[in-house]
Design a binder for this molecule. Structure first.
Ligand SMILES: Nc1ncnc2c1ncn2[C@@H]1O[C@H](COP(=O)(O)OP(=O)(O)O)[C@@H](O)[C@H]1O
Ligand SMILES: [Mg+2]
Length: 296
């Protein structure tokens, strides 16, 4: 992988930009989408400077790898990831900058639910459990500790909100919103995908603590969309770091979070520029999880 970074693809294509997320940009290709994964990095809801070399390639490469691996379980949105197939949508001189960072996908009608599966109790799930002994309305046994493995993975959906934060909802609320039949199907698919990812990661010495999926519909068929088992959508723990009661390093932007937490930044004013060594350490970690999962 190279050290060139991409902070935006704006201006590189004639296709209209329809969504600019913190990390990804979506361009409209009619019944298709051009997804560009940039090297931008966010923490505490801010996009930081400078971008992190290879981060976009790792995220896009992992999604693409996993979509292939799970193709037998269910269909997904991927059409191709080849810049050379973009034709005159992108100038030849810009194609190398987008290499490895794009996914041309089928445009689906998004189902506005984040389908979260947790195999371990941590993060937001742990917060809920401490307050109520439940996660998204699911009663869990007493005496669990932070990072405890759950006897069974649980499905804990969240409503996707375009503004503000996603909201945890009980399964029954999801069933009201999307219909019971679809909700049950999505729950079943999510649990299957989680088991697949968990078992695959286990062979690589990695614990898949939890993860999020998004689904869409094309002609009433359910397909997997967005990104899959990336550090942005999943929590990966290296076996050797697993411990109860602590905050386990999640193999992604830990160096950035640690740097910001230890700086005097108030999380309100513009964030400080990341020092070179923090950027380099973060980049190395993204490449490391990619290598560990894909053996390449
Ligand atoms: N194949 C697809 N069809 C329709 N929408 C999609 C597809 N793939 C991803 N999306 C949507 O594109 C958006 C990607 O944006 P993203 O960069 O994740 O930012 P955010 O999650 O902050 O909105 C998400 O809203 C996702 O649901
Ligand atoms: Mg997203």
């Amino acid at each position: 992988m190279s050290t060139e970074t991409l902070s935006t693809a704006e201006g590189m294509t004639k296709a209209p930009l329809i969504h600019k997320g913190k990390v990804r940009e979506l361009y409209d290709l009619g019944d298709r989408l051009l997804i560009v994964v940039t090297d931008r990095i966010s923490a505490f809801d801010y996009v930081l400077d400078p971008p992190v070399p290879d981060k976009g390639k790792v995220l896009n490469g992992l999604s693409s790898f996993w979509f292939e691996q799970t193709g037998e379980l269910l269909p997904n949105h991927v059409i191709h990831t080849d810049v050379n197939k973009l034709g005159d949508l992108v100038a030849d001189s810009d194609k190398p900058k987008l290499e490895g960072r794009i996914m041309v996908s089928k445009k689906a009608k998004r189902i506005d639910i984040e389908c979260v599966v947790r195999g371990y109790i941590t993060g937001g799930g742990w917060k809920q459990y401490q307050k109520s002994g439940e996660v998204n309305g699911i009663k869990l046994p007493e005496g669990l500790r932070k990072n405890s493995k759950l006897e069974q993975p649980i499905f804990t959906p969240a409503g996707k909100n375009d503004v503000g934060h996603d909201e945890d909802i009980p399964f029954e609320e999801m069933a009201r919103r999307v219909g019971r039949e679809l909700a049950e199907k999505l729950q079943e698919l999510s649990l299957k995908l989680y088991s697949f990812g968990r078992d695959f990661c286990a062979k690589k010495g990695i614990i898949l603590a939890d993860c999020k999926f998004e689904f869409g519909l094309i002609d009433n068929e359910i397909i997997l969309i967005d990104e899959l088992f990336t550090p942005d959508s999943s929590r990966f723990w290296a076996d050797e770091n697993y411990k109860l009661d602590v905050e386990i390093d999640s193999m992604d932007k830990q160096p950035v979070r640690a740097y910001l937490e230890n700086s005097d930044w108030d999380k309100i004013s513009p964030p400080p520029r990341l020092p070179d060594e923090v950027v380099a350490a973060t980049s190395a970690r993204y490449r490391d999880i990619y290598r560990r999962l894909t053996n390449s």
